[in-house]
Design a protein around this ligand. Structure first.
Ligand SMILES: NC(=O)c1ccc[n+]([C@@H]2O[C@H](COP(=O)([O-])OP(=O)(O)OC[C@H]3O[C@@H](n4cnc5c(N)ncnc54)[C@H](O)[C@@H]3O)[C@@H](O)[C@H]2O)c1
Length: 250
């Protein structure tokens, strides 16, 4: 398969390595310095594009893929509010796209179990729930896209919560925000050189249940992105990574 890499930072480089190991070919690499080479003509040389750039460049790059008719895997986070607009655009151009806030198998298992746990916790309303996410200090968006997916999974299954509220905390800035009872708190911490960690915490007077995922490195995200490229190549429409990991079938 011929792949275009849109974004050649930490993830782009890791994806290149895994794609080559899986006998794919990289026909285009776009980064900040050569963004002008991202043309329809160049994109059409690829069977699939894999987009891991920045929140401020992702929307434009997706639209270019739609116009070129090149299926696109999007891993960039931080554009959650534009989701409906992109879905409509995808339909308008009869294009192909798969999006995931997190492409790792482990996190997708976590997403699935998180929803099941939220459903169970409806029967135990004396537990208060919150989400905590910790990432390295270079991360541009907050809360993480993964934390948003976790929060959405809780809100759609736990009657007590209607929306999430994010608070960025640090040693200097502890959380002093007031959280309404129907709001789900997402606490974000940014710490030097740490692996990405997501924890769902159900706390009561008598005990605490913690459900936690820790990423040891980026290989899992990169492999998932290449698998998603293989999956989307011959499909049309807007797809989410959950469709690729259909745990309900098992
Ligand atoms: N979905 C997932 O599984 C997953 C996993 C890890 C990271 N991410 C997300 O992926 C994105 C990239 O992460 P990263 O760690 O590789 O970041 P990074 O900062 O290392 O790389 C981003 C790259 O995008 C480049 N860029 C800037 N403008 C561009 C443009 N117009 N076109 C193409 N590239 C351009 C930058 O030069 C940089 O090299 C972030 O949004 C991150 O949150 C998602």
């Amino acid at each position: 398969m011929k792949i275009a890499l849109l974004g050649y930072g930490k993830m782009g480089k890791m994806i290149e390595k895994i794609a080559l190991d899986r006998k794919h070919e990289i026909v285009l690499k776009i980064d900040r310095d050569n963004a002008d080479e991202l043309t329809a003509e160049n994109l059409q040389k690829a069977d699939v594009a894999i987009e891991f750039s920045t929140p401020s460049t992702v929307l434009q790059n997706i639209e270019l893929c739609f116009k070129a008719g090149t299926p696109v895997v999007v891993g960039t986070t931080g554009w959650h509010n534009e989701m409906t607009q992109i879905q409509q655009q995808c339909g308008h151009y009869n294009a192909s796209m798969i999006y995931g806030t997190n492409f790792s198998v482990g996190v997708n298992i976590f997403f699935h179990l998180n929803k099941m746990l939220a459903m169970i916790m409806n029967s135990y309303p004396y537990y208060e729930v919150q989400v905590e996410e910790i990432h390295h200090t270079q991360k541009l968006d907050s809360p993480s896209g993964t934390a948003i997916t976790i929060a959405d999974g809780i809100i759609s299954n736990l009657d007590a919560k209607a929306q999430w509220k994010n608070v960025l905390v640090s040693d200097d800035h502890p959380n002093n925000e007031t959280i309404a009872t129907d709001e789900l708190l997402i606490e974000s911490l940014r710490i030097e050189n740490v692996p990405g960690t997501h924890t769902v915490i159900y706390d009561s007077e008598v005990d605490t249940i913690e459900f936690k995922h820790t990423a040891h490195n980026r290989n899992g995200f990169a492999l998932g992105a290449v698998l998603a490229a293989e999956w989307i190549k011959d499909r049309k429409g807007f797809h989410s990574i959950e469709e690729m990991f259909d745990f309900n079938k098992q």
